[in-house]
Design a protein around this ligand. Structure first.
Ligand code: PMP
Length: 453
């Protein structure tokens, strides 16, 4: 009797890129030194930590020359592609001319990039502070809001991630990221509008309205009645690709403003075309924030972040001295300018829409066939797949999610994970992902989900 051979796992789409032979220290040596000399709080994603030594566009290579499709993009940071030639060239040319002076001297880089950001943002949002990380950007945004309004309290959203510094940790709303040193007081978390795990029932729009109304309750019960700011990610990233219906931000912004607050859009993950239909995440709701924070994708992997606001708000910081040593660094500016140019020149936002749409369709198809998939959500190339042990109870399938990550890696596919319970697959690749890559990813996931119990 002929036996049926199990279906083989899909193969990675071809590439012309040939990685350099690895001549550096072995993986075992790197791991031993990392364990011996690096802070013990850093964690590796896989049971057997993966060493990555080269990248090209949407692909990564380990020290053995094995290739992987990268669906996590250095935690949603590599926007144009790993070592994108245009960005690399811009960095190399600037590094050869001038690396650092600070903003005490003139240099064309900072005003040029600030101008490009102003051109991309709605009119009025045209003054930028440059910093180095998303945490710093949100820290500065809240400082600006407090200085400008004269109020102290800030409303954030449950399940948010806004940073890990001692001032942004309180904005972040996951117990897992918090230490008992909440130095930034006056932060309150409103109910998350994500319909999948909402305490409310009804349509996504009704859930969004009821969640937005919670801001009013928080202000009435927990603050002096006036607030400095409302801060939100249009789609929560670390939280597991969660978002409210578009009316959420409209209603939340209106309420926050009625209590004297400014509205901060954390575009660290949703900015620069990742969501496909819009350049900025807030655009889907038809709102205009007062302050926009950016990081990650703006630098394609270089330490670059920004806070953009209206001049009158920006001027609040001229009352005292404010300075950032690396903010506006010429090499970061060159990288940022090349990134913005590349996103437009290569139509990466449109690619995020088209390839992201195809990927999402493939993932929805997997949901129909694998009961472990409880929800598929997100937009463009910012997608999430929530794994549950039971679709009725929605009990998080945390252990199974780790298993999926491990098995996908074995097949050459690198995924991220998120959500409070670590049960959401996060799919946020470089924006140059191709249709063939998307099909490969869905094929591997289909193969893997069929094996995980
Ligand atoms: N905001 C959001 C939405 C983020 O996802 C992150 C990082 N995951 C941050 C802020 C903080 O950025 P950084 O790690 O650069 O400080």
């Amino acid at each position: 009797m002929a036996s049926i051979a199990p279906a083989p796992a899909p193969a990675l789409p071809p590439t012309d890129h040939v990685p350099r032979p690895w001549t550096g220290p072995s993986r075992a040596e790197v791991l031993a030194d990392r364990q011996r000399y690096l802070n013990p709080a850093i964690f590796a994603l896989y049971r057997e930590p993966l060493m990555i030594v080269e990248g090209h566009m949407q692909y990564l290579w380990d020290e053995t020359g094995r290739r992987y499709l990268d669906l996590f993009a250095g935690i949603v940071t590599v926007s144009c592609g790993h070592c994108h030639p245009r960005v690399t060239r811009a960095i190399q040319e600037q590094a050869a001319a001038l690396v650092h002076t600070t903003t005490i001297y003139l240099h064309p880089g900072p005003p040029a990039l600030a101008r490009r950001l102003a051109e991309k943002l709605p009119p009025g949002l045209d003054v930028t502070y440059f910093v180095n990380s998303g945490s710093e950007a949100n820290d500065l945004a809240v400082l600006l809001a407090r200085a400008w309004t004269g109020h102290h309290d800030v409303i954030a959203v449950r399940n948010a991630y806004h940073g890990g510094s001692t001032s942004t940790m309180p904005l972040t709303s996951h117990h897992t990221w918090k230490f008992p040193q909440q130095l930034n007081t006056g932060v309150h978390h409103a109910i998350c509008p994500d319909p999948y795990r909402s305490p409310f029932e009804g349509t996504p729009e009704a859930i969004a309205s009821r969640s937005a109304a919670d801001i009013g309750e928080l202000v009435r019960y927990s603050t002096p009645g006036r607030i400095a700011a409302f801060i939100a990610e249009p789609i929560q990233g670390v939280g597991g690709v969660t978002a409210g219906a578009p009316n959420y931000l409209r209603e939340a912004y209106a309420l926050a403003r009625s209590f004297g607050g400014v509205c901060i859009s954390d575009e660290v993950q949703t900015g620069f075309g990742r969501t496909g239909e819009h350049y900025w995440g807030f655009e889907r709701s038809g709102v205009v924030p007062d302050i926009v924070t950016t990081a990650k994708g703006i630098g394609n992997g270089t330490p670059l972040a920004a806070v953009t606001t209206r001049r009158e708000i920006a001027e609040a910081l001229t009352r005292r001295t404010h300075f950032n040593t690396f903010g506006g660094n010429p090499v970061s500016m060159a990288a940022g300018l090349a990134v913005l140019e590349t996103i437009d020149a290569e139509g990466l936002m449109e690619n995020a829409r088209v390839v992201g749409g195809r990927l999402r369709q493939g993932l929805e198809d997997l949901m129909r066939r694998h009961p472990i998939v409880g929800d598929v959500r997100g937009r463009g190339l910012m997608l999430g797949v929530e794994l549950v042990r039971d679709r009725g109870t929605r009990e998080p399938a945390t252990a199974q999610t780790l298993e999926v990550l491990e098995r996908a890696r074995d097949q050459g596919l690198l995924l991220g994970k998120g959500g409070l319970d670590g049960n959401v697959l996060r799919i946020k690749p470089p924006l140059c992902l191709t249709a063939a890559d998307a099909d490969f990813a869905v094929g591997v996931l289909d193969w893997v989900l069929g094996k995980v119990r």
